[in-house]
Unconditional design. Sequence first.
Length: 173
Amino acid sequence: MKKLFIAVVAAFIGISANAQLYVGGNIGLTSNADAKTTSFSLLPEVGYSLDDNMSFGAVVGFTSYAKKDNYTDTNFILQPYFRYTFLELGPVKVFADAQLQLDFWNNKIYVTDNTTNTTSGTNFGIGIAPGIAIPVSDNLSFVAHLGQFGYYNNTLMLGLNANNVLCGVYYSF
């Protein structure tokens, strides 16, 4: 048993010797004056690079959508992932994230007599999100996710489109 423990510790140290911690995420704010809607997202992320091609991490964040005077939708998001970089084009890295996603949501509809109807629940998803990482310096990278392929809340999601692009900045330690 003692030899097994020492072997596991040695393996962990060997893996950790090349590992790198990174933090980053995405912040978003959109507003549509004609539709009287506003949405906000704060999606911080922390990850651990095992080597140049493999990482794992998690996004833990919050999104909110509001339509003036009658509707709000808030979500708490937990999204662990495994990232694999499969192509390097000079400094640009092309990767895919295998993701699990849990959304804990709460909707409020404001009725005209100053009452609200509230519903809440949990959504589950699993999918692949392709992306690119462009290093700006040794420790700073620009990262963009370019859509998602998978299953989320009883819906099959296929494709890349301009409405599903997330951009962020990562800092590696």
